[in-house]
Ligand binder design. Structure first.
Ligand code: SAH
Length: 395
């Protein structure tokens, strides 16, 4: 197996079990590995540290670790064990009854860098983002048939470019997936379109927050669900007893899907309406014409793809939070989220605090929110903690 030798002192992060090696930490690569090839990593004085997948791309992450165990081979049995461990963890955190749809594999945090696997009922939708994992896609597909009847691949994300991988989508293993897969979340019926939906089809990371929305917004007359996608938060609010929800998103197919789901759940059109618009523009229009809401949910897409974009992202978060606070009636609820991993929790808090200050509103934070337990975060991989949210009342 080809070798990577680290610079003196750079073994420390691996000893702390962090699963990435940056190219700047490497002292020597005696024989160049191919992209995605498994390599052995040694300290400057020849100590075995780990086995991982090498990436030849411009990416600053040169190796993603598979294992720290010298005896552990990277073969089918290895991936089978990793998947079993991931499944076992879900069984333990959810108790006897697993949710109908959940994330089975959360990449680095399940020690499977480059792999996301979501289960919707009896079907799996996966995403592969690293050159190392890409080499094992057939193996992963086959092994996932232990957990699903069929596996579909949605590896059509920008981040693949970092490892010089082309986008790839299509059937991977087992049965062909139906066009629409139905599942239930917190008593609400949902469906995903594995081929055309965003990402792997559904934002499973918000499951528990949707349950909190359902519980909190009971009796609200006039809810705005901004960045609504297929209506997840809006349907949860109605299920919980809110009277009316307006769902705003820039994706027409997502809104059309949300309307279908509203009727599937028996909610009449008077209670669930949609608007295809840019949220920034819509919020401004509401401000200008004095339109108000008694609850607002802001669940925007990732505004910061990298640390470089953090400042610009902070301005965008500030903008929508400030506007939302202005539109909220006295005593109204705000649920505000950021899924930008590059933006730390502390900064997000500050942005929201300063929005309250500028809006001249007293924002009483009642809950600090995060991603669900099927999106675990390894203590050795803080980068995995990407979703943060705040819930509170505007006085
Ligand atoms: N809350 C949703 C997930 C939201 S994902 C759920 O629980 O399922 C973010 C959504 O924002 C996507 O549906 C995307 O289409 C939408 N979006 C992105 N930029 C937007 C913009 N400027 N205005 C309106 N919607 C936008």
């Amino acid at each position: 197996m080809k070798k990577i030798i680290l610079k003196k002192g750079r073994e420390r992060s691996l000893e702390r079990r962090h699963v990435w090696i940056y190219s700047g930490a490497i002292a020597e690569i005696p024989v160049s590995p191919l992209s995605g090839e498994t390599v052995e990593v040694f300290s400057h004085d020849g100590k075995f540290l780990a086995r991982g997948a090498y990436s030849t791309a411009q990416s600053s992450i040169a190796v993603k670790i598979w294992t720290f165990e010298k005896e552990e081979e990277i073969d089918e049995a290895f991936f089978r064990r990793r998947l079993e461990n991931a499944f076992l963890l879900r069984k333990r955190v959810f108790g006897e009854t697993l949710p109908n749809a959940f994330r089975l594999v959360n990449a680095e945090s399940d020690l499977l860098p480059g792999l996301i696997a979501d289960l919707y009922g009896k079907y799996a939708v996966i995403q592969i983002t690293s050159a190392g994992m890409d080499r094992y896609r057939e193996t992963i597909g086959k092994l996932l048939l232990e957990y699903a009847y069929g596996v579909y691949e949605r590896s059509d994300v920008e981040s693949r470019k970092r490892d010089l991988l082309e986008p790839r989508t299509g059937h991977l293993a087992g049965e062909t997936l139906p066009k629409e897969i139905f599942f239930t979340e917190n008593g609400v019926r949902f469906s995903v379109d594995p081929v055309n939906g965003q990402k792997t089809g559904f934002y499973l990371d918000q499951r528990e927050n949707r349950a909190i929305v359902a519980q909190t917004l009971k009796g609200c007359r006039n809810v705005l669900n901004a960045f609504s996608y297929t209506g997840g938060f809006g349907l949860a609010a109605l299920k919980g007893g809110a009277e009316k929800v307006l769902n705003v998103d820039s994706s027409l197919p997502a809104l059309e899907q949300s309307e279908k789901l509203a009727s599937l759940n028996g909610f009449p059109q008077e209670r669930f309406s949609t608007l295809c618009a840019d949220v920034f523009t819509f919020l401004r229009k509401c401000r200008d014409c004095g339109r108000t809401f008694d609850a607002i949910i802001l669940d925007p897409p990732k505004f910061a793809e990298s640390v470089k974009q953090k400042e610009r992202a902070a301005r965008a978060y500030k903008d929508i939070n400030l506007l939302a606070m202005k539109l909220l009636e006295k005593g109204g609820f705000l649920f505000t989220f950021s899924c930008s991993g590059a933006m730390e929790e502390e900064l997000f808090r500050k942005v929201v605090d300063s929005a309250a200050e500028d809006a001249k509103r007293d924002f009483r934070i009642t809950r600090i929110l995060s991603q669900g337990p099927d999106h675990p975060v390894s203590a050795f991989f803080p980068e995995g903690r990407y979703l943060k949210g705040l819930c509170g009342v505007l006085l």
